[in-house]
Design a protein around this ligand. Sequence first.
Ligand SMILES: Nc1ncnc2c1ncn2[C@@H]1O[C@H](COP(=O)(O)OP(=O)(O)OP(=O)(O)O)[C@@H](O)[C@H]1O
Length: 337
Amino acid sequence: MTTRAPAVEARQLIKTYPPDVRALNGLDITVEPGTVFGLLGPNGAGKSTTVKILTTLARPDSGSAGVAGHDVLRHPDRVRRAIGVVAQNSGADPVATGRENLQLQGRLYGLKGAELNRRVAELLDRFTLTDAAERQVKGYSGGMRRRLDVALGLVHRPQVLFLDEPTTGLDPEARTAMWEEIGRLAGEEGLTILLTTHYLEEADRLAERIAIVDRGRVVVEGTPDSLKGELRGDAVHVELGEAIGEAGRTLLTGSLAGLPGVHEVHLDGRRVSVRADDGAAAMPVLLGALEREGVAVASATVARPSLDDVYLRYAGRRYAEAEAEGSAPLALAGGAR
Ligand SMILES: Nc1ncnc2c1ncn2[C@@H]1O[C@H](COP(=O)(O)OP(=O)(O)OP(=O)(O)O)[C@@H](O)[C@H]1O
């Protein structure tokens, strides 16, 4: 039996931006060939920096990385030939037509004549852009532009496709269409896809394996189901009538944590999240305790753990909190967590 080399392998990547922003703090990932791998994390977590290093656009301070069997530092040219990159910002020329964009991209990769025309027609068809092929890209909808971006990344039949935030800025309908498209791509031609996203649902739906990135490193990695499955019991979320101050929060967290069958109490503004062995049994206990503490409750839900709960468990804060913090870089002076 032959073991195939990973399609992407990054070891202990460190990257610092001047003066002291540690964008990557020892990031490790391994992506098996022919799979869809999701790098999931809030804004500023280090996803784009990882993609820049893997696609040879940036150099790490230290660490190593290989893509399609080639070392990104020693053989960047080989890596570039083996990959397709769909960056966050469209690379298409807005005043050229869809077809012209694809033809130009194909020529850059050495395709010409009938072979080029065939490949372009195939991609236009594949991404339902044939009817719009002779129109300038500036008139395309957001979804059409994104589909053209992906087609551009595939012209030269790469082994590994990097999709950086593939659905950011798309409306829900275009996002769903793009998800279907990515799902179909993944099943074809042994293509490996590494996508970055800050949408929990996107990672859950598309990626066979995900790595949750927080503050420049991977805090946990696995299949979405295995990560959710590792969390015992149910996730109970209670929305309070009003936000609780710092002092009250510590007291309330302490008293809820002592309740039978209740674990991992987390209070964030008006939201209480706990994990419970049996959510239905814990709910009246929890609501009773809140009532005794004189805290009004607006709503309460019990659910199977979601990736949001996985994030909370491993990153120590709710995903929405991390997103709201925005790019909260890990300042070197503050020390690593
Ligand atoms: N060129 C740069 N100069 C200085 N700091 C940078 C630069 N690029 C990124 N950073 C910082 O490095 C950290 C990681 O950024 P990165 O773009 O990799 O995160 P991300 O997870 O991709 O977030 P986003 O989804 O917002 O792109 C952030 O704190 C960011 O502000």
